[in-house]
Write a protein that binds this ligand. Structure first.
Ligand code: ADP
Ligand code: MG
Length: 587
């Protein structure tokens, strides 16, 4: 084939592909432009997950009438003049690509007005070509409307997911910016319904409450830097969850570097590491961590979408983040003894219920004659959320004193008295035993008696098809079977009991959320099994030897202080507290 120079149109569509992957990329770029333009109030409207319609309206500086067309020229930007400027970039945009790229693959309407202009300028573009220009009325600021995204790139359009998924991606970007810029007010509407609003009062906690709800928002701990003026120039602020708040995946850790959301596995790990020994196994913290450092110490120009950054001294940033979070946990974490009972354990029954293990929370424990079995029952368990925070770390050796109310085990340790919830404790023991088994059996695969075709939604099926290799590594034998049908030949042994359909649906849901494939599906299944097997119930009389065995087993656990759903297994009354309660202190 002869070599030819691509037409401007084709070249710009290719370039657009790097910036505009899906509707949420449009939202991200337009919101960044609004922030760069000094807007205080940013409103985002989407229809059909943004596939049909996206509008971002701001009250920022606007673009002068004479420059409106220029804004859509590739590599035209008001934010950067020389390559040197790149080293100290403080705006979110700088490549001058976004508007040109978005316009190339949509029908776009740009209405903008500077504060001193008598009227607004309206520009309409189709596939990157200006098709109309006129004067218009609107207050100072800018409104960009993007319709029929990828109308001229059918290949791209095909890859868009359901409205629901695209909507979720938009939500994710908008909440990220709301967190990064608490002084700005963000409003989000989907299909005419307001779904999110941040107050814009410059209080990050209020944004977090808007994002996560009151309970979680209020429980998050504000990061206290170990050193308010670090010599490294690296400032770490934000909020991080108390150890009692955890999730099945890393998706609840959000990191910003100089106001820019970044995806950085290493910094995520720094945060997880800070919780070392504080969380149950395979559980991850929540956190919103803002890193500020001199612009010349970070390269943001790694990727067109700018969600990756490169640090001049990555180790220093890692240490700063890890130290700040760890320091916060040690300073602010609920005190390790029962000193302030009601407030220090922020996991209420209603919260852990809504968590990933909703099913488990519906288990009710009732006395049953006969040997150790747990009965599952669809009843609401307004269960025993302990009121006091468990101390961190491993358990000391405990001496069993006796049983209380056929529900709790009273034990004595070097640091005082321990009250154990016998059911929660046993769940923990079984859970860790199962996890260990699962690790041994990691990729053991169990063939179905007969290969089974499972028909999924088109979206779920394509997710499975895209991940055949990792799934095989995990013990799956599945293959495309025409249309949205997947043929299941074998499943990982640990979840072989679940129906193939259920497993594939769970897996697809996890993949869609960007979770580590299977993590939550496996965990869910493990937890279900724990449930089935969990022996000791509340209300069950235990012999001294049984209690001792349970306590010994709990001592062996990695995370003995919480049950697999994050509830405490024990309440600790320290010697000091007992002395204080009895007025023996300083007495
Ligand atoms: P970049 O943000 O990298 O400069 P864009 O293509 O996103 O590139 O935008 C090009 C230019 O258009 C910006 O530099 C800015 O001058 C102008 N612009 C875009 N959106 C807005 C807005 N909402 N308010 C004011 N000016 C804007
Ligand atoms: Mg931009």
């Amino acid at each position: 084939m002869p070599i030819r120079v691509l037409s401007e149109q084709v070249a710009s569509q290719i370039a657009a592909g790097e910036v505009v992957e899906r509707p949420s990329s449009v939202v991200k770029e337009l919101v960044e432009n609004s922030i760069d333009a000094g807007a205080r109030d940013i409103r985002v409207e989407a229809r059909a997950g943004g596939k049909r319609f996206i509008r971002v309206t701001d009250d920022g500086l606007g673009v002068a009438a004479a420059e409106a067309e220029l804004a859509f020229r590739r590599h035209s930007t008001s934010k950067l003049i020389t390559a040197d400027d790149l080293a100290r970039i403080t705006t979110l945009g700088f490549r001058g690509e976004a508007l040109a790229s978005i316009a190339a693959v949509s029908r776009l309407t740009f209405v903008t007005r500077t504060a001193d202009a008598p009227t607004a300028t309206l520009l309409r573009l189709e596939g990157g070509q200006v098709v109309a220009r006129q004067e218009s009325g609107r207050p100072p600021g800018t409104a960009v409307t993007v319709e029929d995204l990828f109308f001229n790139v059918p290949a791209r359009r095909k890859f868009l997911r359901t409205d629901r998924t695209e909507k979720r991606h938009i939500d994710a970007w908008l909440t990220r910016y709301a967190m990064a810029y608490p002084a700005l007010r963000f409003t989000l509407l989907h299909d005419g319904q307001s779904t999110f609003q941040s107050p814009g009062n410059d209080r990050l906690r209020d944004v977090l409450i808007a994002v996560h709800g009151l309970e979680i928002g209020a429980a998050l701990l504000e990061i206290v830097p170990p050193d308010p003026r670090p010599a490294s120039g690296i400032q770490v602020t934000g909020f991080t969850g108390p150890p009692s708040l955890h999730r099945a995946n890393r998706g609840y850790i959000t990191i910003f570097v100089n106001g820019r959301w970044v995806q950085d596995g290493r910094l995520t790990y720094a945060i997880i590491q800070a919780y070392h020994t504080l969380l149950p196994t395979k559980r991850y913290p929540l956190g919103v961590v803002m890193v500020q450092l001199p612009p010349e110490d970070v390269d943001v120009n790694v990727h067109p979408a700018k969600s990756e950054v490169r640090f001049r001294d990555g180790d220093a940033v890692f240490r700063a983040v890890q130290k700040a979070v760890r320091h916060t946990l040690l300073e602010r974490s609920p005190v390790p003894v029962a000193a302030h009972p009601p407030t220090s354990w922020p996991v209420s029954p209603s919260r852990w219920k809504e968590d990933h293990h909703e099913r488990l929370s519906q288990l009710r424990l009732r006395p049953a004659g006969g040997p150790l079995r747990l009965e599952a029952e669809r009843a609401d368990a307004q269960s025993t959320g302990g009121d006091t925070a468990p101390p961190a770390g491993k358990l000391p050796p405990l001496r069993v004193v006796g049983q209380l109310g056929t529900t709790y085990i009273v034990a004595e340790g070097p640091a005082g008295m321990y009250l154990l919830d016998q059911h929660a404790a046993h769940e923990r023991v079984l859970f860790e035993q199962l996890l260990a088994e699962r690790q041994r059996a990691a990729v053991a695969s169990q063939a179905l008696l007969e290969p089974q075709p499972v028909e999924l939604t088109a979206e779920a099926a394509s997710l499975i098809r895209e991940h055949l290799e990792p799934l095989t590594n995990l013990g799956f034998q599945v293959e495309p079977f025409g249309g949205a049908t997947i043929l299941v030949r074998a499943l990982p042994a640990i979840i072989a009991e679940t129906t193939p359909r259920q497993v594939l649906e769970d897996v697809a849901a996890a993949l869609e959320m960007g979770d580590a494939p299977l993590e939550s599906a496996v965990e869910e299944a493990v937890a279900r099994q724990v449930c089935k097997q969990a022996a000791v119930k509340a209300g069950q009389v235990l012999a001294q030897a049984e209690m001792e065995e349970l306590v010994r087993a709990l001592e062996q656990c990695t995370s003995p202080r919480t049950c697999p759903h994050g509830r405490p297994t024990m309440i600790h009354l320290s010697v000091e507290q007992l002395a204080r309660e009895f007025g023996r202190v300083g007495g």
